[in-house]
Design a protein around this ligand. Structure first.
Ligand code: ADP
Length: 455
């Protein structure tokens, strides 16, 4: 059995079910209303006939001054045709004349109608206020319709049926048009997804469908494609960068070791220190990569505790003092007291370390670095500023991406692989904090981390 249908088929079926249900209820309602109208109409006709029969007997009595067994003969045939079982009784209740019930029932059957229930009404026959007899008129409740009535009823039924079929046909045509219109953009998206799957990450959905939800879905898919394209670009860049990063120290090491083996160079402490530096650079790179992949893979586990931001920051900053002194960078911190925040100690440490080491790395000698911890509105803010090289407007939105480095050659010399800020961004987002950067090339940068506080 087929277990999945196309959206178009589903839509057409859906429309047909709705149209069918609508036609069916309309038909039932119209048929019921028409039947009721017919019954009311037939009842009126019946009442009229009864009154005519009564009037007839009144006239007979007025003419003959009595009622006898032949008084009804003249109307016998008409009464039978109209389906009236007429019984005439004198003032004492003695039967004078009657149209036999069986005869009327037979007539009903000959006309092809079910005779239904039998109902009888009794009318006193009064002349000048005194009762001279009784007329009993009985009818079978099944309707006897004249050929005109039958034709009218049948054409009404045909009309209702035709209208229903026509309605379903129109619904069918409309449903095809509508489903095509609705399904077309989805088909386009499917083709687009196939293109992406086949690796064409430059493909984009450009046409507007005119349906808000579809357009925003297309926008989302375009965004996804753009992200995939960027990621792919970054991945290629990373492979290139890593191999480049590794090739240089490996070549250096290889050349040095070959020189020692060949006896061209003596493995002095100075030369061995060079080897060690290259090894350390490679170790740093692999450590950064490892850390990032830990943060990126799966859910980041946080163990928040109450921390005094001032204490934590000044502890870390102090460890940078020797490096700053070496580069003649002035390190200045001002931290308000009792800045208590809920944070995972190791992760926050990592954020501050990465921001501070960048500040030191990208600030030339005799520059300055400032650390400020303050209350800002309902949050607590930590700003790390430097008088370093700054970041251009074009690079600013991208510096938190993995492996994004502004000046690749400069970064390589200083050892960075464009991972530090990606780690910061991942931790900040997972912890519910915010990070902002303001920077001017040649003047310096300010990285501000905001820790929102529970009201
Ligand atoms: P890296 O390990 O290369 O420093 P990061 O992810 O930490 O990588 O930073 C990404 C890029 O952002 C760096 O290559 C650098 O160009 C730029 N950057 C980061 N911090 C600063 C800063 N304080 N001043 C100037 N540029 C910075």
């Amino acid at each position: 059995m087929k277990d999945s249908y196309s959206l178009g088929t589903r839509l057409i079926l859906g429309f047909l079910i709705v149209a069918g249900a609508f036609s069916l209820t309309t038909t039932i309602f119209l048929e019921y209303t028409a039947n009721r109208q017919f019954h009311e109409y037939m009842e009126k006709v019946r009442q009229k006939k009864h009154q005519e029969i009564l009037r007839y007997f009144e006239q007979v009595y007025a003419k003959e001054d009595t009622l006898k067994s032949s008084s009804g003969t003249e109307i016998a045939e008409q009464a039978m045709r109209d389906g009236n079982v007429v019984t005439l009784l004198d003032e004492n209740g003695t039967l004078l004349w009657e149209v036999e019930r069986e005869m009327v029932a037979l007539h009903y059957q000959m006309m092809g109608h079910p005779s239904g229930l039998y109902e009888e009404k009794e009318y006193p026959l009064r002349i000048n206020g005194s009762q001279v007899g009784t007329v009993r008129i009985g009818n079978f409740t099944g309707i006897i319709l004249s050929p005109e009535d039958m034709a009218f009823r049948n054409s009404l039924r045909r009309g209702i049926l035709l209208a229903s079929l026509f309605g379903i046909l129109i619904a069918f045509c409309l449903s095809i048009l509508l489903s095509r219109k609705l399904v077309a953009p989805i088909k386009k998206m499917k083709r687009f997804a196939d293109q992406l799957r086949q690796g064409d990450l430059r493909a984009r959905l450009t046409e507007k469908s005119g349906t808000r939800e579809m357009d925003s879905l297309a926008e989302g898919l375009n965004y996804l494609a753009k992200s995939l394209e960027d990621q792919e670009e970054l991945r290629k860049e990373l492979t290139r960068d890593i191999s480049h990063e590794l090739r240089t120290p490996l070549n250096t090491l290889n050349a040095l070791i070959e020189a020692y083996i060949d006896g061209v160079m003596a493995p002095t402490a100075e030369h061995l220190e060079e080897c060690r530096e290259e090894i350390l650079r490679m170790a740093d790179l692999t450590r950064d990569l490892e850390r990032l992949s830990d943060l990126e893979g799966g859910i980041l586990r946080l163990s928040p505790e109450e921390l005094n931001l001032g204490n934590l920051v000044s502890g870390i900053a102090r460890s940078f003092e020797p490096l700053c002194a070496q580069k003649e960078i002035a390190l200045d911190f001002s931290l308000e007291e009792d800045l208590l925040i809920q944070a995972d100690r190791d992760k926050l440490r990592q954020v501050i370390l990465n921001l501070l080491s960048n500040a030191v790395q990208y600030t030339p000698s005799e520059g300055s670095i400032g650390i400020r911890g303050t209350r800002c509105g309902t949050s607590i803010c930590l700003a790390i500023s430097d008088s370093g090289v700054g970041i251009g407007e074009k690079d600013l939105p991208r510096i938190f991406e993995r492996f994004y480095r502004i000046d690749k050659s400069r970064s390589r010399h200083s050892g960075g692989a464009g991972i530090g800020l990606a780690i910061v961004d991942r931790i900040v987002r997972a912890s519910g904090w915010k990070i902002y950067v303001t920077s001017r090339p040649g003047e310096g940068s300010i990285f501000t981390v905001e820790f929102p506080q529970e009201p």
